[in-house]
Design a protein around this ligand. Structure first.
Ligand code: IPM
Ligand code: MG
Length: 360
C-alpha cells in the first residue's frame, strides 16, 4: 500500500515527539513492505513566526492532498495574552475543520507496567480500557455568535454551544460502530438537566440507538461522569460527548492511565477517493514548553498516534498491532522517560523512539 502522510511537528516538544513517531512509521512501512511518501508543513506558533498566520493556505493544501496527517503539538507561552484568532491553537481548530474530522477518538488504557504511575489505587485502575469519542467539529468551539463587545461594567463575552441533529447522529453512529467491536456498551455524556443542546443530543442518541440493538446504551450527566471516571473507570467502554465536555474529560481520562504523555488520539472524517479515511493524528498532550528542546518528552503518545493512523486511515490492523506491541515491550523493559517514573535512569525521547523502532 502507498501511505501518503503529512507531518506537522508544530511547537515545543511537538517536533521532538514527531521525529520519533516518524522513525517508527518508517520502520513499520519498510518491515511490512508499504511505500511511504512523507511531506512536512507548518502549523501553530512556528507557522505564525514563519508566515504570520497559525494555519497557512499551503498547510491546508498539503493536508487536503495527504491521506493522513500526523501532528505534534501547538502552543507557545509568548502567545498567551493574544485573542483566540491570533493564537497557535487557532491553527489546530482550522485544520480540524477543513479536514472535516468530526470524530476524535481518545483511548484510555491501563498498561500493567504503568500502574504505579497512576494517581488512582491499583485496584481501581487495573483493567481500565475505554475510548472517549469526542465530537470535534461543532459545539461551543465553533458556534456563532462569539466575541467580546462593549466596555466597562457591561463589557460582555459570548460563546454559543450549538449542535444540529445531523452532527449528533453521525458522532453517535461512530461511537456505536466502535462499541460493536469492543464490549458493546456506549455511554453518552450530556448536561440535559440544564442545556437545550444536551436535550437534543440525548433525544438524537436515543433515536439512533435502535440501529444497534446489540449495543447497550446509557446516559450520564457530565458532572457525574467526571466523578465516575475516578470512582469506577472500569465501567466505561465507549464514552461519547460533545466537543468541550470531551476536551475536559479526556484530560481526566489521560491521567488515569498513568501519564498524559502516553495518550494518542485519532480524529476521523469521511472516506477519501484513495480509499483511505481522512485522519488527523496527534498525542493528547500539549507542547510542554517547559521541557521543550531537552530530549526528555515522552514520545509514546505520538507513536501510539502512528498506530491509530495505520489502523483507522489505512485499515492496516496488523501493522497497528505491531506498533502497539512494540510500545508495550518497551514499557515492560523499563526504558521510559521521566514522566513514567522509571526505576533506573530515565531514557531520552530519542532512546525511547529507537527502542520502539527496534522492537518492530
Ligand atoms: C486538545 C487541546 C486543544 C483543544 C487545544 C490545544 C485547542 O486541548 O486537543 O484537547 O481544546 O481541543
Ligand atoms: Mg484538551
Amino acid at each position: 500500500m502507498q501511505l501518503n502522510v503529512l507531518t506537522l511537528p508544530g511547537d515545543g516538544i511537538g517536533t521532538e515527539v514527531t521525529r520519533e513517531a516518524v522513525k517508527v512509521l518508517e520502520k513499520t512501512a519498510s518491515k511490512f513492505g508499504h511505500g511511504l511518501k512523507l511531506s512536512e508543513g507548518l502549523l501553530g506558533g512556528i507557522a505564525i513566526h514563519k508566515t504570520g498566520t497559525p494555519f497557512p493556505d499551503e498547510t491546508a493544501r498539503l493536508a487536503l492532498d495527504a491521506d493522513a496527517t500526523l501532528m505534534g503539538a501547538v502552543g507557545l507561552p509568548e502567545f498567551d495574552n493574544m485573542p483566540p484568532e491570533k493564537r497557535p491553537e487557532k491553527g489546530l481548530l482550522g485544520i480540524r475543520k477543513i479536514l472535516g474530522v468530526y470524530a476524535n477518538l481518545r483511548p484510555v488504557k491501563a498498561y500493567p507496567a504503568l500502574i504505579e504511575s497512576s494517581p488512582l489505587k491499583n485496584n481501581i485502575v487495573e483493567g481500565v480500557d475505554m475510548i472517549i469519542v469526542r465530537e470535534l467539529n461543532g459545539g461551543i468551539y465553533y458556534g456563532q455568535p462569539r466575541g467580546i463587545e462593549g466596555s466597562g461594567e457591561s463589557e460582555r463575552g459570548t460563546n454559543t454551544m450549538t449542535y444540529t441533529r445531523a452532527e449528533i447522529a453521525r458522532i453517535t453512529r461512530m461511537a456505536f460502530h466502535l462499541a460493536r467491536n469492543r464490549r458493546k456498551k456506549v455511554t453518552s455524556v450530556d448536561k440535559s438537566n440544564v442545556l437545550e443542546t444536551s436535550q437534543l443530543w440525548r433525544r438524537v442518541v436515543n433515536e439512533v440507538a435502535p440501529e444497534f440493538p446489540d449495543v447497550e446504551l446509557e446516559h450520564l450527566l457530565v458532572d457525574n461522569c467526571a466523578m465516575q471516571l475516578i470512582l469506577r473507570p472500569k465501567q466505561f467502554d465507549v464514552v461519547v460527548m460533545e466537543n468541550m465536555f470531551g476536551d475536559i474529560l479526556s484530560d481526566e481520562g489521560a491521567v488515569l492511565a498513568g501519564s498524559i504523555g502516553m495518550l494518542p488520539s485519532a480524529s476521523i472524517g469521511e472516506k477519501k477517493a484513495s480509499g483511505a479515511w481522512v485522519g488527523l493524528y496527534e498525542p493528547v498532550h500539549g507542547s510542554a514548553p517547559d521541557i521543550a528542546g531537552q530530549n526528555r518528552a515522552n514520545p509514546l503518545g505520538a507513536i501510539g498516534s502512528v498506530a491509530a493512523m495505520l489502523e483507522y486511515s489505512f485499515g492496516l490492523v496488523k501493522e497497528a498491532a505491531a506498533v502497539n506491541k512494540a510500545v508495550e515491550d518497551v514499557l515492560n523493559s523499563g526504558q521510559v522517560t521521566a514522566d513514567l517514573k522509571p526505576k533506573s535512569k530515565p531514557a531520552t525521547t530519542s532512546e525511547v523512539g529507537d527502542a520502539v523502532a527496534n522492537a518492530i
